[in-house]
Design a protein around this ligand. Structure first.
Ligand code: 2P0
Length: 328
């Protein structure tokens, strides 16, 4: 069969996914919204061939953990089932961002794997079907298929829970600064495991309802071009996610001192009239959402904050696509 390579961008959530209504199908408790990042992506080459006796899986430069290899093989099984084939595959993958950067790679990883494997197996899937396939590998990967700014719909059945792009005002010139903390001492619990305990938070049910309201507010702000309202939702969502994390059992505190120092720097910046907003996913790193015209002011404000390892500047990334340069 043909060797195929796909490229998919990572994404950060503006309205967060934290909790599933169906663990097996990875159906999220609430819908979520994310921005794809142009400077953070995964390339994956897949080749199904009778010469492979077993699936061979490799992550260049970083290496996969054993459980990650198992997840990839399970995903290949899903693709084989869809394509009605039994052929084993070789998979080689590469992230353009270091593991130590603290960026989640499962979103871009499973999106690139889904697109490369499905095409290599001869399947012709629509964008929606591809997003469903990626979701089955890792929830956040569903949003890396359409790229751009996307909404991932919650639903009660497999085929109805997918992500699609939503429009935003292009004049905003949205930028995301990935502010990576030096301190990554958090206990290494996978997001899947951590998320499985979300419902133990006494605030969980209310938080899920709040997420749906926040999606409506975010979309309204994008339609009316209200940047401040957009930013308010982003920060409310950061606090909503972490309120659940901090109050679930066992408690999870992802923030470090530097995380809060960056929040304070953004509050000070806003007092000076620069409208930049923060959000945090499952780690200590802060993502700052701002407009292109303000990027220098934001970078300047971070200079006084200690404990920052690196800052990566991103624009909005495109959807997953096939590319012609193979990794093997
Ligand atoms: C998000 N996160 O919306 C949220 C915010 C982390 C914090 O999606 O179990 O690695 O593979 O479906 O996709 C991380 O979740 O979880 C995540 P699984 P995934 O981006």
């Amino acid at each position: 069969m043909t060797k195929i390579t796909a490229k998919a961008h990572s994404n950060i959530a503006l309205v967060k996914y934290w909790g599933k209504k169906d663990d097996g199908l990875r159906l999220p408790a609430n819908s979520s919204v994310a921005i794809a990042l142009d400077e953070a992506y995964t390339l994956t080459t897949v080749d199904f061939d009778e010469s492979y006796k077993e699936d061979e899986v490799q992550l260049l430069g970083q290496g996969f953990e054993d459980d990650e290899v198992e997840k990839v093989k399970k995903h290949l099984d899903s693709v084989r089932k869809l394509a009605s084939i039994q052929t084993k595959a070789k998979v080689v993958s590469q992230n353009n961002f270091p593991k130590s950067a603290g960026m989640a790679s499962s979103a871009s990883g499973f999106a690139a794997l889904s697109m490369a494997a499905a095409n290599a197996a001869g399947l012709q899937l629509s964008e929606r079907e591809m997003s469903v396939l990626a979701r089955n590998g890792s929830g956040s990967a569903s949003r890396s298929i359409p790229g751009g700014v996307s909404v991932w719909h919650t639903a009660d059945d497999d085929l109805s829970s997918y992500a699609e792009q939503i429009p935003y005002p292009p004049e905003w010139d949205i930028k995301v600064l990935l502010v990576m903390a030096e301190d990554t001492s958090a206990k290494k619990v996978s997001t899947t495991e951590a998320m499985a305990m979300a419902a133990t938070s006494p605030y969980y049910q209310g938080a899920v309802l709040e997420a749906e309201k926040n999606i409506l507010s975010l979309r309204e702000a994008m339609v009316s071009g209200d940047w401040k309202a957009f930013g308010k939702v982003i920060e409310d969502e950061c606090y909503r996610l972490h309120s659940v994390c901090m109050t679930q059992t066992p408690n999870i505190l992802y923030w470090r001192g530097v995380t809060i120092e960056v929040f304070q720097a953004m509050y000070r910046l806003r007092d000076q009239g620069v409208e930049a907003f923060f959000t945090v996913d499952a780690g200590p790193h802060v993502h700052i959402v701002c407009q292109g015209k303000d990027i220098e002011a934001v970078k300047q404000s971070l200079k006084s904050v200690g404990g920052i390892k690196t800052v990566i500047e991103c624009g909005i990334g495109e959807g997953a696509k096939l590319v012609s340069d193979h990794l093997f």
